[in-house]
Unconditional design. Structure first.
Length: 185
């Protein structure tokens, strides 16, 4: 079991430490997270970090203005990291954690009528069907929902897909970040 420490970089939990135990988790560097949140400028509403790992995107969003965040990871060590990070930040009322396959998590949110303003997607790099991810998250979005997706640099991101349009795309080292927005018809 690994034991990596990460810092929240801005907002009300600035400099607070997050842990990451899972060997399956690729931690997003503070530089990349900072670049993502600079692209978003200001966040508010409800967020989802679907492939959470340590929860760095979700907890950073909570620190910077999200009122509530949902974190999901199917890996048990990642889930343990999420619980410890939630307890450490004392955010019981602002944070909901699930330990489900991402499609089961989407079904759970849909069944419970939960819709998101921001969705952070940092799927395993072997998951290359980006369009499939847009299809499943389309079940839990609102008009104007912002989707942030982190993929390998070589992955081609579509300029638009159904009702999602690419707002920004940026490469950071071996990673590519795409920021999309959902528009109702």
């Amino acid at each position: 079991m690994k034991n990596v420490k990460l810092k929240i970089i801005a907002g009300k939990y600035k400099n607070r430490t997050l842990v990451s135990y899972s060997e399956e988790t690729r931690e997003t560097s503070s530089m990349v997270r900072g670049a993502v949140f600079n692209m978003l400028f200001q966040v508010q509403g409800i967020g989802l970090d679907l492939f959470s790992g340590s929860g760095a995107y979700g907890f950073e969003g909570l620190s910077r203005g999200l009122s509530k965040v949902y974190l999901n990871d199917q890996d048990m060590l990642a889930y343990r990291s999420l619980r410890e990070n939630k307890d450490s930040l004392k955010v019981d009322n602002e944070c909901v954690i699930t330990n489900l396959d991402y499609q089961k998590a989407i079904e759970y949110y849909q069944k419970n009528g939960i819709r998101f303003d921001y969705i952070f997607l940092d799927p395993p790099y072997k998951m290359t069907n980006i369009e499939h991810l847009f299809d499943v998250v389309s079940l839990i979005v609102k008009n104007q929902t912002v989707i942030v997706i982190e993929v390998e640099k070589k992955t081609q991101l579509p300029e638009s897909y159904t009702q999602f349009s690419l707002l920004k795309e940026k490469v950071h080292g071996i990673k590519k970040i795409g920021v999309y927005q959902y528009h109702e018809k």
